[in-house]
Design a protein around this ligand. Structure first.
Ligand SMILES: NC(=O)c1ccc[n+]([C@@H]2O[C@H](COP(=O)([O-])OP(=O)(O)OC[C@H]3O[C@@H](n4cnc5c(N)ncnc54)[C@H](O)[C@@H]3O)[C@@H](O)[C@H]2O)c1
Ligand SMILES: [Zn+2]
Ligand SMILES: [Zn+2]
Length: 361
């Protein structure tokens, strides 16, 4: 089958990829659509160190084609959104509703794919427990969350990372509430979902920040009340935010992955405010802040995958979408066949996309 494989130097479509037979507790999913998140790009540029060869993609939706004998949560033919967690569903952390704390959910690299035949057979990893830039993948049944058959899978795929991460960070981590002020730095697929989560939570104002001026219309469409476009390295973001909120804001979401922006974000906080770090800088990076600026009950939070509980939050996102309150279709700026992966990357870098989606159906 076809898949986008990163070999450590380049990522391109390979046609000789196979996925192994099911083991207990697993399901096989035919991928219909897969969004391109910056975390995939971060594998290519070394920001996220993931061993090659690897099938990329971690934001996908599709149709279940086979289930292991012990699987009961989904059936063949079910439409599913895939979660990247791969949590066990059985440990203390899973049981207390914190699947992102499950030790099975991170760092257990799996290699269900192969390339080549006979003695030349080489195992291939799946990125983020998924590897969805391919026609078919094998995942734990706990990662497959059934969604209604009439939900467009192109839009649904984005729930799997961008929506859960962005909206989840607002609902589950920062817990933004009525009238709290919000700054969102970086208006990509993650930032847009923070903006729409903040709008759903009645945050006000919602100030979006992006160095790319074309992001203003996306930001406002998703609920931003203000847009700031820093026009160079000397731009004073603190002064620009203080013009809107002289004492700073209640919540800052860093959605770029820049240690300089993490530092600036701490300077944007009002007393009692909190910073949620969503962006992923290069592994091993250190960030700094002025300790005395933090005494007024300010908080810096990490947040993985929107602190999501996929079996709860994915159906919630579907319900919000069906009620006309969550934008999914508007997130899909363009669709591409697998062969146009490079074009999708280029258009992401050019800032043309809310999200680009690879379609395989
Ligand atoms: N914490 C998590 O669980 C999680 C999940 C998914 C993605 N991420 C991370 O979130 C980050 C964003 O991902 P994305 O898919 O939204 O990326 P994206 O490429 O779609 O968007 C990034 C945006 O940041 C803007 N930007 C770049 N430099 C900037 C600057 N100096 N100031 C203001 N804006 C700037 C870009 O113009 C772009 O609009 C990445 O680091 C990604 O790895 C984290
Ligand atoms: Zn992602
Ligand atoms: Zn667990």
């Amino acid at each position: 089958m076809k898949a986008i494989v990163w070999d450590g130097e380049q990522a391109k479509v390979e046609t000789d990829v196979e996925v192994r037979d099911l083991r207990a507790g697993e399901v096989r999913v035919k991928i219909e659509a897969a969004g391109l998140c910056h975390s995939d790009v971060s594998v290519l540029n070394g920001t996220i160190m993931f061993p090659p060869p690897v099938v990329l993609g971690h934001e996908g939706a599709g149709v279940v084609t086979q289930v292991a004998g012990d699987v009961t949560n989904v059936e063949v033919g079910d439409h599913v959104v895939l979660s990247t967690l791969g949590n066990c569903g059985q440990c203390a952390q899973c049981d207390r509703g914190k699947p992102t704390f499950c030790r099975q959910s991170l760092g257990k690299l799996s290699r269900p794919f192969t390339r080549g035949a006979g003695e030349d057979t080489k195992k291939v990893f799946q990125f983020a427990n998924l590897g969805v830039f391919c026609e078919e993948t094998v995942v734990k049944a706990t990662q497959a969350v059934k969604v209604p058959d009439d939900l467009p899978l192109t839009a649904a795929s984005l729930i799997g990372c961008g929506v859960l991460t962005g909206v989840g960070a607002v609902f589950n981590r920062a817990k933004v509430t009525h009238g709290e002020s919000v700054v969102v730095i970086g208006v990509g697929g993650i930032g847009l979902n923070v903006i729409q989560g903040a709008a759903l939570s009645d945050g006000l104002p919602i100030i979006a920040v992006d160095t790319n001026p074309t992001k203003e219309s996306f930001a406002r469409e998703f609920g931003a009340t203000h847009f700031i476009c820093p026009d160079g390295p000397d731009f004073d973001l603190v002064a620009a935010v203080e013009e809107i909120r002289p004492n700073g804001v209640d919540h800052v979401f860093e959605c770029v992955g820049s240690t300089a922006l993490i530092r600036t974000s701490t300077d944007l906080l009002d007393w009692g405010g909190n910073l949620v770090m969503l962006g992923v800088p290069k592994m091993g990076s250190e960030a700094s802040f002025v300790v005395s600026t933090m005494y007024n009950d300010k908080t810096i939070m990490g947040c993985r995958y929107g602190s999501a509980r996929p079996q709860y939050d994915i159906p919630l996102m579907v319900e919000l979408y069906q009620a006309g309150r969550l934008k999914l279709d508007e997130l899909v700026s363009a669709t591409y066949p697998l062969e146009d992966f490079q074009l999708a990357l280029d258009e992401l870098h050019e800032g043309k996309l809310a999200r680009g989606v690879l379609t395989l159906g």
